[in-house]
Write a protein that binds this ligand. Sequence first.
Ligand code: LMR
Length: 398
Amino acid sequence: MLTTAERARGLADLPPVQSDSLLQLIALCNADPRPDKIDVGVGVWRDGAGNTPILKTVKKAEQRLVDTQETKSYLGGAGDKRFAELLRPILLGQHAADQRIAGLQTPGGCGALRLGFELIAAINPGARVLYGAPTWPNHPPIIQSVGLEGVEYPYYERGQGAIRFEDMMNALEGASPGDVALVHGCCHNPTGADLDEDQWRQIVRVVSERGLIPFIDIAYQGFGRGLDEDAFGVRAMLDACDEVIVAQSCDKNFSVYRDRVGSLWIKTGSAETTATAVAHVFQIARQMWSMPPDHGAAAVHIILEDPELKSEWLAEVATMRDRINAVRQRIAAADPRLAFIGRQFGMFSMLPLSKDQVLKLRSDKAIYMADSGRFNVVGLSDAQIDRFIAAVVEALDA
Ligand code: LMR
């Protein structure tokens, strides 16, 4: 019989894992039998009836795909190249023709983030990644998973419902050349507090002057002010910087969450360097997922290729955005302490509630939001809005 010291470590030695807080929240809410529960946890768009329907354009594209697709043979590491070409003008605007920028399909925005950070770690393992506090809870683990050091910069003052812009600028001014500045493109997750155009210009200036690598995560384009408006920061960064990385997601604006549709964009100083960077990225992706999944991207491809479907999709994005903003205004008008929600963008805002208050709302009222106080504005059905506001105001009064 081997002693414990002699025994090779096996699967039984694995420590318990603290599961991802947002995924845990989905499970907790699903398990709650109370029929009047309110799910404002994970970020999915819902209509007034509380459903997350498949977009009509996506349904049509999927039908066309079923009718016309002749093979499911491999497409190669780049996945659907036409998908990325069709996204170019939507994301890059006036930079769409710039051959120093390459885009390639990834499994969702999360895949694009991981791939982008893998590339940075391969080039410069000593680079630090500066990210805002707070940020999407999955950013820091992804950064750590590739061995890069993550460093917080102040982003948001919860009590004021405002961006700590000066503090953010000071932190970026203090960064070293080669450090990475991770910035949300629009619809900041978890706060909803977006940089305005003037603030973007200032961030772009400091990033380019300090020689930082801007890494923009844009997962909600079209859910804030509009598709072009929401890409302002991406495009301003491309105006000023030779090296830019962008992780993009179609999961939300095409409502194809579980199909995992995203893309990674790389700009370098020359088309040749970009081609080399892309070759590295393919090699890294080959070791992770080999090739990206096709179905969702193929549906997006069909929609964007067909002018009629594309304009129908633009209208669907506007409908989703309009509901987000209408719910925001309704909550903001209910109480002066919630007015900041009306000045923010995208699915999320962060309530000035302690973790205990959030947990009490969960146990007493079956309201499920993230422990941080982040809630998905558009997770509320029309019928739930007043009850949600009343419960939050009661918690704020307590
Ligand atoms: C969210 O923040 O709720 C979404 O981005 C979903 C996720 O994967 O966390």
